[in-house]
Design a protein around this ligand. Sequence first.
Ligand code: ATP
Ligand code: MG
Length: 362
Amino acid sequence: MATQSVELVDITKRFGGKLVVDSVCLEVDQGEFVVILGPSGCGKTTTLRMLAGLESPESGRISVGGKIVTDAARGVFVRPEHRDIGMVFQSYAIWPHLTVFENVAFPLRVRRMAKREIEAKVAKVLALVGLAGESQRSATALSGGQMQRVALARALVFDPALLLFDEPLSNLDLKLREHLRGELKKLQRETGLTSVYVTHDQAEAVELADRVIVMQGGKVVQVGAPEMLFRRPRSRFVAEFIATANVIDGKVEALLGEKTARIGTPCGTGLSATFEQPISIGQDVQVVVHPEDCVLSPASKNGAGYPARVIEQQYQGTSTRYLVDWNGTPFQVVALGTYSRLETGSAVHLAIDPACATIIPR
Ligand SMILES: Nc1ncnc2c1ncn2[C@@H]1O[C@H](COP(=O)(O)OP(=O)(O)OP(=O)(O)O)[C@@H](O)[C@H]1O
Ligand SMILES: [Mg+2]
């Protein structure tokens, strides 16, 4: 079966009266890699399980490839085994008493495929996940990384319409996690399989996703390409969840152009910043600036930027994290490079590119 698009419309789920998924809408294009990102308990796994047919929503509709698989209002519910979906979980969920081959062959045996065809398909998919030559090993003899490759092979082997992942790498150590993340992305590109991947790890989301869906408290709060989450967060929550950010309170003083405004802040008037969401003069807002997007230079007579003072610095090898006092407001700046040039206590200029300062309504 060819890979398919997915649509969730207004999906709501309660557990014991508690709303855990709240009117979630989500569209995934054919061949797209979408990551659902959010803190623990925000409803990511529950959303994924409803897509797989392992939970049923109290309201809403789910379709795969335009075909409705769940429709709460009409009582439609296609069972998980008929949804043609491959899943990889955090726990490897492979059978320890079976060989690698038999673990991967399982979904094909269930589908009553011919022996020859099974052998060919399993060999192909084991090669794809880097386990060629391991097919006769016992699954118990495998490392965590290898077990996860087996789980992936088993999810891929029946050419699913859709692949779902629930934190598949979080039981592995950091090095292996980073390595497998790269491989997974490559594999998804090669197979072109529509994929929905759940994680609370923003680094994973950024590297894997074509588009990230950020969830908070059961709701989707932002959808966008990874770069847009950094550059144009729609809320303080998203800005701070995705990375360390400076968030400054302010008031809109003037609209300077179609997308830029001047914001009055406790740090002094006249911070130019960019907005995406509509704002008006006098409105209370916040400005988000990532520490890596600012430049500090030693104060000089014609230096560009806002006057500030270094109050703390933390040398990190290939970068230095500075805390500066900007007119009474603490503000973080990260400077790349293996030497730190600015002394604690020294007067500096802080330059902020308006394109890298994002206004969010309060
Ligand atoms: N079967 C269940 N019965 C009762 N409550 C549940 C059940 N499954 C999940 N919950 C609750 O629903 C909420 C959302 O859980 P979910 O597992 O979807 O979160 P998550 O975003 O995947 O979190 P994590 O990052 O910790 O995996 C949580 O408060 C959880 O305790
Ligand atoms: Mg979860």
